[in-house]
Every structure is written in C-alpha cells, then in structure tokens.
Design a protein around this ligand. Structure first.
Ligand code: GUN
Ligand code: FE
Length: 421
C-alpha cells in the first residue's frame, strides 16, 4: 500500500497560492499522501514508483454537483430556461429510470464515461427511484470512486410520471439509506430537489431523517429569477429563498450542505450562507446554457462564501472539469466587464483551488498533496501541445495552457491511493 508518483507536481496551498514542484515525488501510504519530496527519502527506498516524468500531476478534480440520469440527454435541449426546461425535457427523461433495465443501460454508459475524466470525487443527483439509484451507486463503487449520491425527493409541482406521495417519499428514502449501508465509498446524501418540488411536510420529514442518520444535504438555490419569484409565492412567510431551507435546518446548520448555482444571492440570505458554511456549487456551463445568469464568484471568494466547482450535467453540457475551470474564469470576466466590476475576476490559481481543496473539503481531507490528505491524483496529457517551443514555462503556466487546450481523458487517475485509470 506504499508507492510514489514521480512527475511535475502542482497543487493549491490556498486561494491565491500554488505549490509548484518540478520533477518531484508524492508518496502515498495507505491511501493518504505523505507529502511531496524533491528527492525520495531513504525510508521509502525500493517502493513502487509510477514514473510520469515530464507530465503535470494535480489533485483529482471534485465535481460537487451533477445529475447522473441527465447524461442521457447531454448536449441537447438548450432552448428553454430552467422551469420550462425541467418540465419539457428533464422530468420526462428522469421518469425513464423507473425502468431498471433502462437505468442500467444509461448508468453503465455514464459511469464508463465519468471514469475517463479528471473527476475523482463528486456529489451527484440520481432520480426518485430507489432501485436505479442503488444500481448507480454500486457501479460507481466498483470503479473505485468516492463520493455522494442522492435519491431525489419530489412530492409537488411535478408531472405524474415523476412525483412521489409524501409518505412514500419518506419511506423510500429510509429504505434507500438502509440499503446504502453495504457501500464503503459511495455514500448517501439527502436530496430534496428544490423548494418548488417539495412540500413543507416532506421537508420536515427529511430534516428529521437528516438528524437521525447524520446525513449531508444537497439541493438547488436561487438559480433563476422565475424560480426565486415562485419560491416567494410558495413560501410567503420567509423573507428569502435561503431561509426557505434554513427553516427546516437544511442550510448547513446541522450537517454539511451543498447548494447548486446560487446565481442570485439575497443580501440577507448571503449572510446565512456564510455563517452556515454552505458550499455553493458553481456551474458556469449550466448557468450559461439555461440563461440563468452569472454567479458572482469573485464576490463569494472575497467575502468568504464557500465555493466548489460543478458541471451540473446536463444543464451543463460537458463532464469535463477542465472546461468547468476555464468557464469559471471566462464567466467571471464577462460578469466583470458587463455587470459589476466591484470584484476581481477569477484567476487560474483560484479556479484550481475551487476545483480541488475548496470543493474537496466537503469530503474531508481532499484536494491537496500535503501530508494527511487522501491521495487523489490525476496525470495530465500535454501531448499535442508544442511544449518544446516554450521550455521556460513554469508549472502553473503549463497548467493554464492545458486548461485552455484540454484533453479530456487523463493519462492516469488515483482515488484514495487506488489507481483507477
Ligand atoms: N433545479 C431543480 N432541478 C434542477 C435540475 O435538474 N437542474 C438544474 N440546473 N436546476 C434544477
Ligand atoms: Fe442541478
């Protein structure tokens, strides 16, 4: 269980600082990093070495929000905004996962494709269907992934083909959580789809389940302006959307919580997000495709709102976290020039931080090569980039160039010390 990787090692130390280690070693013991070394310490003499000399090695990328069932229509249906998009395309597509045979076929393709990407950890939505969700979890576990999967809850404002009775939603959630005990590395996360899909009664029950089982929570928050208006109508007693979750103690006050999008913060609600240390899952591709807006990530970084990176497949039209890094930077520049230049746009160092340690913290010690972190690493393929013409580039510059010219398949991938690619 002890080995080392040799290569050009790059990782985030903090929001604005990276560690660049050319021609160095990372030692892994029992799934955890022992740190980065210029020379292999004598006590590790003779251990197995994976030699990726000349290649960039970074921590595995952490996708804190995507929808596994929506991979079936990735790249399609970008003509509508959120609420119409859900009704016309997404709910019908997700309803098909009631059929376990269909679900198996679709999730096999999804998991095989996810395996090839830079993603090592994730928090993902499945559908309301227990059998299909458990199948997805078993497939992910078999690959060696670590992360969270949520059986979705929805008991209102949803079509007949994809809605639960409140009681059944609660019962199925408990059955599903119990069935998840057989998994070692893929864990359940409570997943009320968003306020418009869940009655107060269901939210209260889910809150109890959250406490009983000590489960983290994921949902959607303030993605689209019509959605926000609708929440005001549905819950007139709360003063903002953030509070609609907080009322059920499902905004990070009890367990770790991810809220996807958060494009339109409320000036009071944002204080709750900071206090409760809720992760915002930033999904620039989805926010562009569904015309939701551009989340103020520069502001979040400055003011200390936690941010992780997300593809939000299939609102987001790719699985590639490399492209999500690029889009985080470019979206922030567009926001900066067209909407609000009060906050600086996102840098390449910051985007790497968001995609690794910042999102990784949701999973524990994940996203760094410092001693004690779980050993998630990917090796980048810079082939086809004319490296010889610019030998003077430092590692961060090489990483920046890679991000703008990504090869989506990685040369190698390790998750908690296990080589999966
Ligand atoms: N809000 C509620 N459900 C969804 C979904 O499936 N995708 C996105 N982007 N937003 C949502
Ligand atoms: Fe989403």
């Amino acid at each position: 269980m002890t080995f080392a990787i040799k290569g050009d090692i790059l990782y985030s130390k903090s929001l604005n600082k990276v560690s660049q280690n050319e021609n160095s070693y990372i030692v892994c013991v029992d799934g955890k990093s022992e740190g980065v070394f210029k020379k292999l310490p004598a006590k590790y003499k003779g251990i197995k070495i994976y030699d990726y000399s000349g290649h960039i090695v970074i921590p595995g990328l952490v996708d804190i929000h995507l929808h596994a069932p929506q991979y079936s229509f990735i790249g399609l249906h970008m003509d509508l905004k959120l609420l119409d998009w859900l009704n016309k395309y997404t709910f019908p597509a997700e309803s098909k996962y009631k059929d376990l045979n269909f679900a198996k076929k679709a999730y096999d393709i999804f998991v095989d494709d996810l395996k090839k990407t830079a993603t090592t950890r994730f928090a993902m939505f499945a559908t309301i269907h227990n059998d299909a969700t458990l199948y997805l979890m078993s497939r992910l576990e078999k690959v060696g992934f670590k992360g969270y999967v949520g059986k979705v809850n929805m008991d209102r404002n949803s079509p007949k083909i994809l809605v639960e009775k409140t009681k059944n939603s609660v019962k199925d959630t408990i059955l599903w959580i119990e069935a998840c005990k057989k998994f070692k590395n893929i864990k359940p996360i409570l997943t009320p789809r968003f306020i418009p899909s869940c009655t107060d009664e269901l939210m209260s029950e889910l809150s109890n389940i959250m406490k009983t089982y000590n489960l983290p929570v994921q949902s959607h928050l303030s993605e689209n302006r019509s959605e926000i208006e609708w929440v005001k109508e549905l819950m007139p007693s709360v003063s903002n959307y953030e509070e609609a979750y907080d009322r059920f103690e499902m905004l990070g006050s009890v367990t770790n919580t991810i809220m996807a999008h958060y494009v339109w913060p409320d000036e009071k609600g944002i204080e709750l997000m900071k206090d409760r240390k809720v992760w915002v899952a930033h999904s620039p591709s989805s926010n562009r495709n569904l015309g939701s807006g551009i989340a103020p990530i520069g502001r979040y970084l400055k003011e200390g709102v936690k941010v992780g990176l997300a593809t939000d497949v299939a609102g987001g039209s790719y699985l590639s976290m490399f492209r999500a890094i690029e889009d985080t930077i470019t979206a922030s520049k567009i926001r900066n020039s067209l909407i609000d230049d009060k906050y600086a746009s996102v840098t390449i160092e910051q985007a790497l931080y968001i995609a690794t340690i910042s999102g990784g913290e949701f999973f524990g010690k994940v996203g760094s090569f410092d001693k004690g972190y779980e050993f998630d690493a990917i090796v980048l393929d810079e082939k086809d980039i004319p490296t010889v013409l610019m030998p003077e580039l430092n590692l961060l510059e090489r990483f920046e160039r890679f991000i703008y010219r990504p090869k989506d398949k990685v040369l190698a991938k390790f998750i908690a010390g296990k080589k999966v690619v």
